[in-house]
Design a protein around this ligand. Sequence first.
Ligand code: BJ8
Length: 423
Amino acid sequence: MSNYTSLWESLGLDMDRHDQLMAALGPMYAEMFLAQPNRPEAMAYYDFVVSEIHGLRVRELADHRKNGGKVVGTFCVFSPDEVIQAAGAIGVGLCAGSQFWVPDGEQYLPRNLCPLIKAIVGAKTSLTCPYFESADLIIGETTCDGKKKCWEILNEHIPVHVMNLPQMKREKDTAAWAGEIKDLITKIEAVTGNTVTASKLAEKIDLINKRRTVLQRLYNTRKASPVPISGKDCLLISQLAFFDDPARFVAKAAELCDELERRVADGIGVFPKDAPRVMIAGTPQAIPNWQPHHIIETAGAAVVCEETCTGTRYFENLVTPVNNDLEAQVQALAERYMQINCACFTPNEGRIDDVKRLAREYRVDGVIYYNLQFCHGYSVEYRKVERALKEQGIPVMMIETDYSGSDAEQVRTRVEAFLEMLR
Ligand code: BJ8
């Protein structure tokens, strides 16, 4: 990674603090990922991507910008990647999942706020994230209150375009979201100097649909028993999908799926067949927030599904392809995105149905509801999810935590007791 020093300097990174950040990542990755037994061979690609996490891809972004291209940072699965791509820009997910950035964020934000939001602001203001420093524009969206207000602060550091996400799902709300997508097209055309044509948009709708389809294929393999890949590895793949070049991601994930499907046919798994099957439901796990999976899987259970925005909410439902009609394409995009069941919507019964359906499809023995501290939308929704699962006879427990890891032992004890009960 030392080969990238001049690249990082050119981005204006705080080199000492960046070194501290990188020093922590390697040993953590080795302990959590490389030590897992019987990993699929195709995980070697993702190990390589992580070993180059602030290197190769950041250089690709720098080369793209050197050639006049733009980079757009996103934070939510409502940001339409198709539009970013169709304007010739590169989109990167900037959601931050490390405690490293939280104290920096707390210099601008109250402490009693979701750690993901504090880490977003801290990642920018600490000058330690080369992806943030490569971005020409940020897309924010009006989901939870904390994020809404965070864009005003971020906008003092980097241009932010905010999309106004309606919080009900009536026909007029879908129409309003289509209007927001049109405004985004105008904004990105102005930033990139490129026109979003119907043929370009059709091409990128197809590409991003392929990314969703390969993730669906990956998740399908997790329905098997024994499960052919760990939940931790799947979470990592999903997190990396937000960064990687979409076409390359699709090709590499398809190679992995080939191997996993062979494993399923041969009955090869990474956990014993009788290991409890657990689904995580709740708030997203931005990279490198791997701790919940690590605790559950080192306690002997298999995480077989994530009903989160770093899981099924990211890739379920495709955009209906409509060629050569920009208006109809925007409508198709709006309709697909409005199917995402984030807790910012009211009512949000669709999410309860999703949890029940996924629990059935992935044959889970129990659900662990993961809630980032101070995320009120998901925390309030827990009662309904709990009731619905109990009606189906599926045990559920809630973990509410932040990124600090200060409660890791307590969480581990509670998870172990829950798994014991499942057994
Ligand atoms: S679509 S879940 S990615 S908003 S930041 S809501 S954890 S208090 S991330 Fe999200 Fe889009 Fe919805 Fe998904 Fe809670 Fe924290 Fe807010 Fe969060």
